[in-house]
Design a protein around this ligand. Structure first.
Ligand code: IVH
Length: 676
């Protein structure tokens, strides 16, 4: 894939790699516009490092492997670093970490080592010089020896203290990372897009671009943050890395709350797992963790090798962005007929899994990201988020590629495709004639928040529709165990379980039933509001648009959708057959009608870790049934965090914000006596 791969001899390969890396350095550091991912860059650099190691006669002091980073750009004064700003050796797997720990133990002649483990923030390194407690100068890393003076810009960053606690030493240099939050990055890109300006590729590039603005007033508008990770002082602040971070915090510097002291290889790997699990929930990017020998005396003993310290190691997470080839674009038809372009990719390992499909949202997005079949594209998979194609890399286009077009008819049922002027989404006009729409409608009907039919998943629904056993939700209530047991992947036991689950779903709250019907733009909350307002299905079905608009949060558009839905004879027929087949709705209880009366109304809980007595989803349901809200992240509005075993960073955050923490017995007590 890389242009360097045609080289025939090792010397040529080395030269080709150097040329290629230099070109990427230029794009990255000077233009702030990289055309390859960090992971690809790392691979090129590592290959070059390996070839140079194996062939010392090819050494060259100007090789990119001998440099730490980019070079100082024009426009800012140069700053020479008294103590060079080095980089970290990388590890990409457990073996390399074990090797690091073994080397450290050998060199220090110790059985076991204490380390400080820290998140590896994905921003840019900064050096802050303080004299007599005042910020004197801020400089980027540059090539490690010489950076750029960005003091005026850094002064605009709220997280960087301009004055320190009086206990600060007279001369102090603090190093750390400037970064941009993900939410800040999204907002910034939205602002840039609205002004028809170029967007940034990722938060790190946005942070770099923002810091290197010639006008500090522009930097001041950018959501930049800072975390300190080391102090360079004559007399050490402390005897260990961990304590020196505590000292920095005491002097007024932001220090990550995820820093920990750990012991030996097990401790390192445990920390890695913990942060990898917490990663998706953070509002900033981390690309790995950093292990540092804790004791500063031991650090000095270990010293440096070429451009990195022997006492530290960056353990990288699998990359969340990779490049691969887009083979073709298919369209998927959703429940309401909405067409979603889906990228079919050459398999690529990203974010810890192999990805072959990724969403492209809609035609506008395909155009905006300039994605064409045949392109090399950037694929992102972060945590459990659905993989997506971020953009194409037009620089890698070998020839002109035609733009992708929407099909003229639905690929599932051949019906006409409707695209309303000014709306991003195109739709299949086939309605329930379209098998794809029918399948998705059934999936929605059976979903947890709707009729909650356990065990009725996508594969089964596909078979039921394809074999014409089920045309609409009402048919589900006529299925018997014998029919189900004849389907693929179904035994008698699972068939019996499914029949029982369908049976259980016959008795349902009105709000759930309304949500299950899949009326356009009527979500879970809206459906419950309709149920509360009208109290019965008949009353709702009889309501005109005006009456519908009386309901909380229902505007003319949604009222129109609801009215249209119940006006459609086919829908009325399905509802009648549901009732005929024994589905019974019940009105919400008085407390549900007025949720402010519920015992946990107004309370907000966060669940973390695993519970012994019930799955988290059930704990959530029970709390919500008592009127509480259950959210995914801890804030000052959180009433309490409920922590099971192996809780994640949420517990940490709760402690930071001084928020109550309940264990499992606390949860039981709360559920049993919510009024106390
Ligand atoms: S220590 C001598 N700690 O990673 C090593 N670096 O290649 C000094 N980084 O760009 C770096 N988080 O800015 C250290 N907790 C952390 C870090 C960290 C991010 C960055 C650093 C540099 C790169 C090291």
């Amino acid at each position: 894939m890389s242009p360097a791969s045609g080289a025939s001899t090792t010397a040529e390969r080395v030269e080709a790699l150097r040329r290629e890396i230099r070109a990427h350095d230029h794009r990255y550091y000077v233009l702030d516009d990289p055309s390859i991912t960090d992971a690809e860059y790392d691979r090129l650099l590592r290959e070059l490092e390996r070839l140079e190691r194996e062939n010392p006669e090819l050494a060259d002091p100007d090789s990119p492997t001998c440099r730490v980073g980019g070079r100082a750009a024009e426009g800012f004064a140069s700053v020479r670093h008294d103590v060079p700003m080095l980089s970290l050796a990388n590890a990409f797997n457990t073996d390399e970490v074990a090797e690091f720990d073994r080397r450290v133990r050998d060199l220090l002649d110790l059985e076991s080592i204490q380390y400080t483990a820290e998140p590896k923030l994905d921003g840019l390194a900064i050096s802050l010089r303080y004299r007599d407690g005042r910020l004197l100068r801020a400089a980027t890393r540059g090539d490690g020896q010489t950076g750029e003076d960005v003091t005026a810009n850094v002064r605009t960053i709220g997280a960087v203290p301009l004055r320190l606690d009086p206990r600060a030493p007279g001369e102090l240099e603090v190093r750390g990372e400037i970064y941009m939050t993900r939410s800040g990055f999204d907002a910034l890109n939205a602002r840039l897009a609205a002004a028809d300006e170029r967007c940034f590729v990722n938060p790190r590039n946005a942070a770099a671009g923002s810091l290197r603005q010639l006008d500090p007033a522009v930097t001041a508008q950018r959501p930049l943050r800072f975390f300190a990770y080391s102090a360079v002082v004559e007399a050490d602040l402390a005897t260990s890395q961990f304590e020196s971070l505590q000292q920095l915090a005491a002097l007024g510097f932001p220090v990550s709350s995820m820093v920990r002291r750990v012991e030996s290889l097990d401790g390192l790997l445990g920390y890695f797992d913990e942060l990898q699990a917490a990663r998706a929930e953070l509002d900033f990017d981390i690309d790995g963790v950093v292990y540092k020998v804790d004791n500063l005396e031991q650090q000095r003993e270990l010293g440096f090798v070429s451009r990195s310290p022997r006492w530290a190691l960056a353990h990288k997470f699998p990359a969340q962005e990779e490049m691969t080839r887009l083979e073709r674009i298919d369209v998927q038809v959703g429940r309401t007929g909405k067409l979603t372009p889906v990228a079919r990719l050459e398999p690529v390992f990203v974010g810890g899994a192999t990805v072959t499909n990724a969403t492209l949202h809609n035609l506008d997005e395909v155009r905006r990201r300039d994605v064409r079949p045949g392109d090399i594209v950037i694929v992102r998979r972060a945590g459990d988020v659905i993989p997506e194609v971020v953009r194409s890399v037009p620089e890698r286009r070998e020839r002109e590629l035609p733009e992708w077009q929407l099909p003229e008819t639905c690929p599932e049922c051949g019906s006409r495709i409707e695209q309303v002027e000014g709306q991003a989404d195109a739709r299949c006009s086939g309605g329930l004639v379209c098998p794809a729409q029918r399948k998705r409608a059934l999936e929605h009907f059976a979903a947890r928040a709707a009729m909650d039919i356990e065990g009725l998943g996508t594969r089964l629904i596909d078979q039921l529709v394809e074999r014409e056993l089920v045309h609409d939700p009402a048919d589900l209530y006529r299925l018997d165990a014998a029919t189900l047991a004849g389907l693929e992947r179904m035994g008698e036991k699972s068939a019996a379980n499914l029949v029982a689950a369908i049976e259980r779903s016959r008795e349902v709250e009105l709000g759930r039933l309304l949500f299950a019907l899949g009326i356009r733009e009527v979500g879970e909350v809206g459906a419950r509001a309709l149920a509360r307002h009208f109290g019965s299905l008949d009353a709702l079905m009889a309501a005109d648009v005006e009456a519908l608009e009386q309901v909380e949060d229902v505007g003319p558009v949604v009222a129109g959708h609801i009215h249209e839905f119940f006006g459609e004879p086919r829908n009325r027929a399905v509802i009648q057959r549901l009732l005929d087949n024994g589905v019974r709705w019940r009105a919400e209880t008085a407390a549900q009608r007025d949720p402010t009366q519920l015992p946990l109304a107004g309370k907000v809980y966060v669940l973390t870790g695993s519970l012994e007595t019930m799955p988290r989803s059930q704990a959530r349901k029970r709390l919500e049934a008592l009127g509480a809200r259950v959210t995914g992240s801890v804030s000052k509005n959180t009433s309490a965090v409920i922590a099971g075993s192996e809780p994640g960073s949420k517990l940490e955050r709760a402690r930071e914000l001084n928020i109550d923490v309940l264990d499992e017995s606390g949860l039981q007590a709360l559920l049993q006596h919510p009024g106390n």
